[in-house]
Design a protein around this ligand. Structure first.
Ligand SMILES: Cc1cc2nc3c(=O)[nH]c(=O)nc-3n(C[C@H](O)[C@H](O)[C@H](O)COP(=O)(O)O)c2cc1C
Length: 202
């Protein structure tokens, strides 16, 4: 399980959509402009979407759901997902509404497919790697493959990085246990959201 340690467990303040406070003065007033955060994800079955929405709520972030070409439902659709993941295929993605370079931090989420990143997220990372100054990653899965999936996502962002530095790409994986126990999943997500909110931006 990959998880970033937060700097604080306090509940973050509410901010307008797409923003999160970056710093406060001694009297509690904001001294810097709020951070602009985007949560980008692909979801085949709804789990990653649910996590992405919770995260976006916690962070006051905008949300981008990736839409990929090709049918992915049913047995054949599942087979297609496995083949695309293992063969490192990049399907066409459409309807991108948010320009990632307009954000301070982009949080990218994917389901784990055959211990790999999902193919639509692969396409997105390949297309926008250089447009995202600061990135955090999450994945959802049944029980295993998070390290490989998150490692692959990191490698797509920076092919020269041999090891993902935790401080560079805060990351979290949510498994079946986190979905069965709402408290456990929520607590893990809160820690991750705090770590994302603490990423320093210029
Ligand atoms: C094609 C495919 C491959 C999968 N491979 C894995 C895997 O290697 N390890 C795992 O723990 N879960 C695996 N799963 C389960 C999903 O990662 C998990 O259910 C995820 O939360 C689904 O997210 P979604 O509902 O947003 O699509 C796989 C699911 C699919 C459809």
């Amino acid at each position: 399980m990959t998880s970033s340690e937060p700097r604080s467990n306090r509940e973050p303040a509410q901010h307008p959509p797409g923003t999160s406070a970056s710093a406060s003065g001694i009297d509690g007033t904001a001294t810097h402009r709020p951070k602009k955060i985007l949560v980008v994800f692909y979801s085949r079955g709804g789990r990653t979407r649910s996590v992405a929405r919770q995260l976006a709520d916690m962070l006051g972030a905008d949300v981008e759901e990736l839409v990929a070409a090709g049918k992915r439902t049913g047995r054949l659709g599942m087979l297609r997902c496995v083949i695309e993941a293992l063969a490192e295929i990049r399907p066409r993605i459409s309807g991108i509404r948010h320009e990632p370079s307009a954000y301070d931090i982009v949080v990218v989420g994917s389901p784990v497919w055959a211990a790999r990143v999902s193919s639509p997220v692969r396409t997105y990372l390949c297309r926008y790697a250089s447009a995202m100054p600061r990135v955090a990653l999450f994945c959802t899965m049944g029980s295993s493959g998070a390290e490989q999936c998150l490692g692959e996502m990191g490698a797509l962002l920076d092919p020269h990085a041999e090891v993902i530095e935790r401080d560079r790409f805060p990351a979290v994986a949510l498994d079946d246990g986190d979905f069965w126990s709402e408290t456990r999943g929520r607590r893990k997500l809160r820690k991750f959201a705090d770590a994302v909110a603490a990423i320093p931006v210029a």
